[in-house]
Design a protein around this ligand. Structure first.
Ligand code: ADP
Length: 605
């Protein structure tokens, strides 16, 4: 039974879990709700003396200060304090999240280099892990996305599209609509830059629909303003106005200065396009005020540039010049060469680390493959051994059946009727076939056992085969022709078996009065190519692969005797020597059985 204290603690932890979930939901939905929940977690964690959750609550609060209050210094401090409180595995798990939040603040403050370093660190930390949890996937996707945005802002090509792609796929995987919407927004920006306004609008509307579906109000505010600007560009005043109104309503609720600043900046740009320069100045000045207060350098530089252009349109060259100066000043301050070099260095280090990680992974994989190969080898060996033992042991009871049936037949000779004699015959026939099958399987399983290789003169082997087939050759009046054959490194018994199977088949599957076999040899592509050709019945094309499988026969037993193991044995022997075996039509009307044996390690005469 759990103690009351423990139950109370359990309730507190359940409450923390609930609040953390609600915060996650509010990241995009209603950032303002985060403050209350984070503070409640902090209170509970303090009561529980749980520094880990107290720390996490601080980092969540930091997120709120970054995205809603836009107090980046305070947010940074909360991050640092929160992370310091955490310990052990808990701390390690949240380490990437901590770096992501640092990155977000630096990014907003216009410190591109530090922001980039923090994002790349987050990516590296998570990339090292396996079996990512949803939270980790979300942080990774966010870091990849933010790093992409930064690289783009710097106007340098770092292959950042790959970051956007990865982020997009991760968001898809965890089905995070707000994240996906952001990716669509970026796809839209690319189309916009390429002057494909229609496509840009299509993607922006997709972003908008997704954000709406996910109730991601902060994102909706950004997209509404972006769509408002795009419609202005497309000359549709009415729709432009409609989306700006939506943005205004959302921002009143969100109370985020940054989002309001972004909206004014887009409204100013739209008014400029629609040649309403006075309104443009008005909106842009409001944006300027907000961004300056927040210290968001990148957004501010855009506003300065637009203000300069708009004053010029109004022939107010004094102000136009003043803003141009401000614009170049801020660009110099924030995007100078030194900083770009630092960012390039961060990216290079990140790439290098990634490559090292990939190399390590590759090493692990190849070790794994090696291990599997070994396991496979062992189980293969065990299987062959099993087949050998089983077939060996099966012979004994079979021999018993055969012998006793023979005895019975002899003892009952007089008493057996015609039918019974025939049945006895069937039994004996069956045992004979089974005996043959067992010896063939035995022979098949034996091939894989390590065998001793030596120089084998194929001419001599062929001589022995001819001798052993003598009775067959004599009674059918057959001829075996052969060219000069090479000497190869192999197991002699196996080579004998190979030739014996092929030549005896060539004579067996043959209805000619003069059965003939030709053994030919050539060298092709570094391999001995040997052909056993016959003038027999041939093999239809559709069966030419199947016949090499064990127990595959094309004829009934009463037509041609056999077990269907012979060619399977041939295939195994050839393949063990690194060669191949196949069959084609023969110029002599029957079949050509071809096999190759690589010359490497094989001396030819
Ligand atoms: P088996 O001869 O014991 O049936 P094999 O594995 O040696 O088994 O051959 C498989 C099948 O391939 C045979 O049943 C036969 O139908 C066909 N075959 C083999 N060699 C020849 C050949 N030289 N000509 C025609 N058919 C052949």
């Amino acid at each position: 039974m759990s103690s009351p204290a423990k139950t109370k603690n359990q309730n507190s932890y359940d409450r923390i879990t609930f609040l953390l979930e609600r915060i996650k939901h509010n990241y995009t939905h209603q950032v303002t709700g985060i403050e209350k929940d984070a503070k409640e977690i902090m209170k509970i964690a303090r009561e529980l003396k749980d520094k880990n959750y107290e720390g996490l609550a601080k980092i969540e609060l930091a997120f709120y200060y970054c995205t809603s209050v836009n107090d980046y210094q305070k947010s940074l401090k909360l991050c640092e304090d929160g992370f310091k409180l955490m310990r052990g595995d808990f701390k390690n798990f949240y380490r990437p999240y901590y770096h992501l939040n640092l990155g977000r603040n630096y990014q907003m403050m216009g410190d591109q280099v530090r922001a980039q370093i923090e994002y790349l660190r987050t990516i590296s930390l998570i990339d090292k892990k396996e079996n990512l949890q949803t939270d980790e996937k979300r942080w990774l996707a966010a870091s990849l996305y933010n790093a992409y945005i930064l690289f783009n802002q710097e106007g340098v090509e770092f292959n950042q599209d790959e970051f956007l792609e990865r982020s997009y796929h991760l968001y898809k995987e965890i089905n995070e609509k707000a994240g996906l919407a952001n990716c669509y927004n970026s796809f839209a920006v690319t189309h916009f830059k390429n002057h494909n306004l229609e496509k840009a609008l299509e993607y922006l509307l997709k972003s908008y629909a997704l954000a709406e579906e996910g109730k991601a109000n902060t994102h909706l505010s950004i997209y509404s303003a972006n769509i408002g600007l795009l419609y202005a560009q497309l000359g549709n005043r009415e729709k432009s106005q409609m989306y700006f109104t939506k943005a205004q309503i959302l921002n009143e609720e969100l109370k985020s200065k940054y989002h309001t600043g972004h909206m004014y900046s887009q409204m100013g740009a739209a008014a400029h396009i629609l040649k309403d320069f006075d309104s443009s100045i008005n909106y842009l000045s409001r944006a300027e005020e907000i961004f300056r207060e927040l210290g968001v350098a990148h957004s501010l530089s855009g506003v300065y540039q637009k203000l300069g252009e708009t004053y010029a349109q109004l022939n107010d060259f004094q102000n136009a010049y003043a803003y141009e100066v401000k614009y170049t000043g801020i660009i110099k301050q924030h995007f100078n060469e030194e900083k770009l070099a630092a960012i390039a260095k961060a990216r290079n280090m990140f790439d290098m680390e990634k490559k090292e990680r990939e190399a390590e992974l590759l090493k692990q994989k190849s070790e794994q493959i090696e291990m599997y190969a070994k396991q496979l080898e062992t189980s293969n060996y065990e299987l062959q051994h099993f087949a050998y033992v089983v077939s060996h042991d099966l012979r004994e009871p079979l021999r018993m059946v055969g012998s006793y049936v023979n005895l019975l037949e002899r003892n009952l000779k007089e008493k057996l009727g015609k039918d019974e004699k025939e049945f006895m015959g069937f039994i004996l026939d069956g045992t004979r076939t089974m005996n043959q099958l067992i010896s063939d399987v035995l022979a098949y399983s034996k091939i894989s056992f390590v065998s001793e290789k030596k120089q084998v003169n194929l001419n001599e082997v062929l001589g022995k085969v001819k001798k052993s087939l003598l009775s067959q050759v004599d009674e059918s009046g057959s001829k075996i022709h052969s060219e000069k054959l090479p000497v190869i490194l192999a197991d002699e018994t196996q080579i004998f078996q190979l030739f014996l199977n092929l030549i005896s088949n060539a004579l067996k599957y043959n209805k000619n009065s003069l059965r003939e076999v030709w053994v030919k040899h050539t060298i092709e592509k570094g391999a001995h190519h040997i052909i056993v050709s016959d003038n027999g019945i041939g093999i239809p094309k559709e069966f030419r692969e199947r016949i090499f499988m064990i127990f595959q026969r094309l004829h009934a037993k009463n037509e041609y005797t056999g077990t269907g193991v012979g060619l399977a044995i041939c295939k195994k022997i050839v393949e063990q020597l690194g060669g191949e075996i196949w069959v084609t039509d023969s110029e002599h009307g029957g079949s050509d059985f071809h096999f190759t044996i690589p010359q490497v390690n094989n001396k030819s005469t």
